[in-house]
Ligand binder design. Structure first.
Ligand code: KG4
Ligand code: ZN
Length: 345
């Protein structure tokens, strides 16, 4: 009789994220199991400015980051000595905000003699689809994979043929999808952040009430949302000039449908062209219900979209991406710099 194999020792990564307006820390085991996920959002602080105010963001990160890290370790019932490595967002993001997370991670890594791993924030969004937030085991996305990254700062399509290998197929030529949601919300007098506000307003509207332009940019995998934003602006001005009440719900629904249609059509066309085994949608805009429902209904291959709690910025996704870098031997020196405009590929 052969002796039972000892269970492999789990690898636990502490993730830290501070690239924009969320101060976050999380502990993830073996790249998939969420042991804790703490997010301190600054949304209310920035709402009065209608967008993220960089100096306010970095000051607030400094105030909360230590408590957030402590809370993440406590909720995971672990001390730093039981952590294998510290993963931190290195970029892209606001320089002053990134520095707070990076310096915290470096201090903890140095003090506890742990490896440091700098993670690309967009790579974090990709890996959010590997997490099991409710402990339920499900198969991970299969390669080759088409990834649609849609956030406040980015909109791009990537072909991912294996772990950590990204090939950018195309990206937005102007506004990111989330940025378009935020700007159009402002035009419609809806509160920041615009994505959730537009989704809520659109729920009571008719998506066919206004015909909004769709920039198909045939023959490329690029996107463009500035024409759509201008079309909403022009319609709003016309209605205001006529002193009619603004049909906010119909405008929100028509705008949302145009964005979703372009995102979904291009993503599915890319999946077909590159014979992808799965599609992954990630980033803040992947929280959008219309986008989720439409791509799930239209895709010929399995679609992975992180649960709502992991769509917007969090540190669990950074810990998971960090895990894949760690097991591939990719750790970083302690003099690592932040990269505010770091592309994914
Ligand atoms: O990934 P994320 O949290 O931060 C960045 O890295 O940018 O994305 C934030 C963006 C914002 O533009 C926000 O309006 C958008 O995601 N967003 C949404 C929804 N929830 C958040 N957009 C559309 N529908 C939503 N439900
Ligand atoms: Zn993000």
């Amino acid at each position: 009789m052969s002796a039972a194999k000892p269970a492999p020792t789990p690898i636990r990564i502490l993730g830290i994220e501070s690239s924009c307006d969320e101060t976050a820390a999380a502990v993830v085991e073996d790249g998939r199991k969420l042991l804790s996920n703490v997010v301190a959002s600054q949304i209310e602080l920035h709402a009065r400015y209608g967008g993220v105010f960089p100096e306010v963001a970095s000051r607030q990160h400094i105030r909360t980051i230590y408590a957030v890290v402590q809370e993440a370790l406590q909720q995971a019932h672990l001390s730093l000595q039981e952590i294998d490595a510290i993963a931190v967002t290195r970029g892209p993001g606001l320089a002053g905000s990134l520095v707070v997370g990076m310096n915290t991670a470096k201090g903890l890594a140095l003090g506890s003699n742990l490896p440091l791993i700098g993670v690309n924030h967009l790579e974090g969004h990709v890996y959010s689809a590997w997490l099991h937030p409710d402990g339920e085991e499900s198969p991970p996305p299969e390669f080759p994979l088409i990834v649609l990254l849609v956030s406040g700062g980015h909109t791009e399509l990537n072909l991912v043929e294996g772990h950590l290998h990204y090939q950018r197929l195309g990206a937005t030529l102007d506004d990111a999808a989330g940025e378009a949601f935020d700007k159009v919300a402002r035009l419609l007098g809806l509160p920041y952040p615009g994505g959730p506000s537009i989704q809520k307003a659109a729920a009571g509207g008719n998506p066919n009430a206004f015909h909004m332009p769709r920039a198909r940019l045939e023959g490329t995998w690029n996107f463009s949302f500035s024409g759509l934003k201008t079309a909403v602006l022009r319609t709003v001005r016309e209605i205001e000039d006529q002193k009619r009440p603004l049909p906010v719900a119909d405008l929100a629904a028509s705008f949302q449908e145009a964005v979703v249609d372009v995102l979904v059509s291009k993503t599915i066309a890319a999946a077909e062209q590159f014979q992808a085994k799965s599609i992954l949608v990630a980033g803040g805009v992947s929280a959008n219900k219309e986008l989720r429902d439409t791509i799930l209904a239209r895709s010929p291959v399995p679609v992975f979209i992180p649960p709502l709690s992991l769509c917007t910025d969090n540190a669990a996704m950074i810990a998971t991406a960090g895990y894949y870098r760690f097991i591939h031997g990719q750790t970083d020196p302690l003099d690592l710099d932040v990269l505010p405009t770091w592309p994914l590929s």
